[in-house]
Design a protein around this ligand. Structure first.
Ligand SMILES: [Cu+2]
Length: 136
């Protein structure tokens, strides 16, 4: 009696221990993978939340700002006005000389050497004049 009960039980134990059965071997690792995936997605969501909570970083990517400066050059062919502008606090830009995209009308409205006040859109390294007028 004892033996007949013991043998089937041992067989089950051996099968459970030795067989690469999906139910016994991969289930725990699946759980771990799921937990990892959840941890990753939580981390990603946290990162996304951080980015959402930092509008300044996103705003710096595409933003309208205003500045004053001196026109260094106008290039109607290239469609650009080069301006030595002062610091732009809204963008955390230092003072620098750079070219802004401009319309032919804007280009025609200024001359090298003039002090100007202007507004511009910036996206990455591209800055486009929205409005420019000679400072008075
Ligand atoms: Cu600049």
């Amino acid at each position: 009696m004892k033996l007949t009960l013991f043998v089937p039980a041992l067989t089950v134990l051996l099968l459970a221990a030795c067989s690469p059965s999906p139910s016994s071997d991969t289930a725990p690792s699946k759980d771990t993978a799921a937990a990892d995936a959840m941890a990753m997605s939580e981390a990603e969501h946290a990162k996304m939340a951080d980015e959402a909570a930092a509008p300044q970083a996103e705003a710096a990517m595409a933003k309208t700002a205003s500045a004053t400066g001196t026109v260094e050059a106008v290039d109607a062919t290239a469609g650009k006005i080069t301006i030595a502008h002062g610091p732009v606090e809204a963008l955390q830009w230092p003072a620098m000389t750079m070219a802004f995209k401009a319309t032919p009308e804007q280009i025609a409205s200024v001359q090298a050497g003039q002090k100007v006040q202007f507004e511009f859109n910036t996206e990455g390294m591209n800055a486009t004049i929205v409005n420019i007028e000679v400072a008075r």
